[in-house]
Design a binder for this molecule. Structure first.
Ligand SMILES: [Zn+2]
Length: 58
């Protein structure tokens, strides 16, 4: 059974600041987290860790 999506949890994409690709998606609870998400993650296109910032999935 698929769970229904709750209103406060939002699916966001993490966009590489170096090449602009959306390499990751994550879930964010808008109730708990109001700031923009930023992670240092591995970008396979740049072949190194880069800063990934939250952006819209679509
Ligand atoms: Zn990149």
């Amino acid at each position: 059974m698929a769970k229904k999506k709750k209103g406060n949890v939002e699916l966001v994409a993490l966009k590489c600041e170096e090449c602009g690709r959306r390499n990751y998606t994550t879930q964010k609870n808008r109730k708990n987290i109001t700031a923009k998400l930023e992670f240092s993650k591995y970008c396979k296109f740049d072949r190194k860790h880069t800063l990934h910032k939250e952006t819209k999935v679509k």
